[in-house]
Write a protein that binds this ligand. Structure first.
Ligand code: 13P
Ligand code: SF4
Length: 304
């Protein structure tokens, strides 16, 4: 097992040799975050991938994120260290059902969370991330929206955007939904006075007792400025690695002990090294799907 300085030195050497850029989501292993050129949430990573000029992008995150990077930057070789690292929520939406809905309900705009496959994005009108969902939906001319696939982010947006009728797809993130109201109340009781921050993928009853609801980058921003000795973190534990670096004066409490996305943790340091050494696994998106998905993603980027 290669760890610590040995890992960091090897990655640096390979990155130089190959002209590679490492992009990492906040949820991946802390050591990988430490060697990444950029760490961000899904919106920030999409923007970085688009403007990157590297020959190779090693995308340390789940598959849909690497796929989005490839769609936005088709000239770079995009690698994902483990191609089976998928997003459980992204798998909850399928193209055929969305198409069927659109045929029956042409007056609806289909807004798709980036946590979705490229072929689902390709049949959508526009994408959004958790950082810009409210802004994107508010900007639409249509009064009726089908929100795919996260019912929790969708209901969060519905609470904010009152002038649209928002129909929710029945998808969810099992990692965020696992945080129950009972557990959230318990951790708050045990850490009295500590601000409780949650991701909008948490369910409504949990969001309602939170002090702040936001995407991963918005949580990072909140923590950067907060006056507190302790913060309860209602999102994937990997984020705490970054938060600790930003605010070593704060104690961070995961909202439940095993708040971990196993899919993100499939991206291990060994696999990152293998990706760089052997240039595997290359992400490919069929051109026709890529072009249509890109339209939905670009529409989002223009408006956010
Ligand atoms: P962000 O948009 O905050 O990066 O979230 C992505 C994700 O997968 C959350 O579970
Ligand atoms: Fe998907 Fe949930 Fe993992 Fe995010 S935390 S990548 S939504 S399974």
């Amino acid at each position: 097992m290669v760890r610590g300085k040995e890992f960091i030195d090897k990655v640096k050497e390979l990155k130089r040799e190959k002209g590679a850029l490492i992009l990492a989501h906040y949820y991946v292993d802390g050591l990988i975050q430490d060697v990444a050129d950029f760490v961000g949430d899904s919106l920030e990573l999409a923007r970085k991938a688009k403007e990157a000029e590297a020959e190779i992008i090693v995308f340390c995150g789940v598959y849909f994120m690497a796929e989005t990077a490839k769609i936005l930057n088709p000239d770079s070789k995009v690698l994902i260290p483990y191609y089976k690292a998928g997003c459980l929520m992204a798998d909850m939406a399928i193209v055929e059902e969305i198409k069927e809905f659109k045929e029956k309900n042409p007056e609806y705009a289909v807004v798709t969370y980036v946590n979705s496959s490229a072929d689902v994005k390709a049949v959508s009108d526009i994408c959004c991330t958790s950082a810009n969902a409210v802004k994107i939906i508010s900007s639409l001319k249509e009064d009726k929206v089908l929100f795919v696939p996260d019912r929790n982010l969708g209901s969060f947006v519905s609470e904010k955007v009152k002038d649209k009728e928002i129909k929710l797809w029945n998808g969810y993130c099992p990692v965020h939904e696992k945080l129950s109201l009972e557990q959230a109340e318990r951790v708050k009781r045990e850490n009295k006075g500590a601000p409780f921050v949650v991701h909008p993928e948490c369910n409504k009853e949990v969001r309602e007792i939170a002090d702040f609801v936001g995407s991963t980058s918005q949580i990072v921003k909140f923590v950067k400025e907060v006056k507190a000795e302790k913060v309860i973190v209602g999102t994937e534990r990997g984020t705490i690695h970054h938060l600790k670096k930003l605010r070593p004066d704060i104690e961070f409490i995961p909202a439940y002990p095993e708040f971990t996305c196993d899919q993100m943790k499939m991206i291990t340091p060994e696999r990152v090294l293998r990706a760089l050494e052997r240039e595997v696994f290359e992400v490919q998106v069929p051109q026709e799907i890529s072009q249509r998905a890109r339209r939905a993603i670009e529409r989002m980027l223009e408006r956010s």
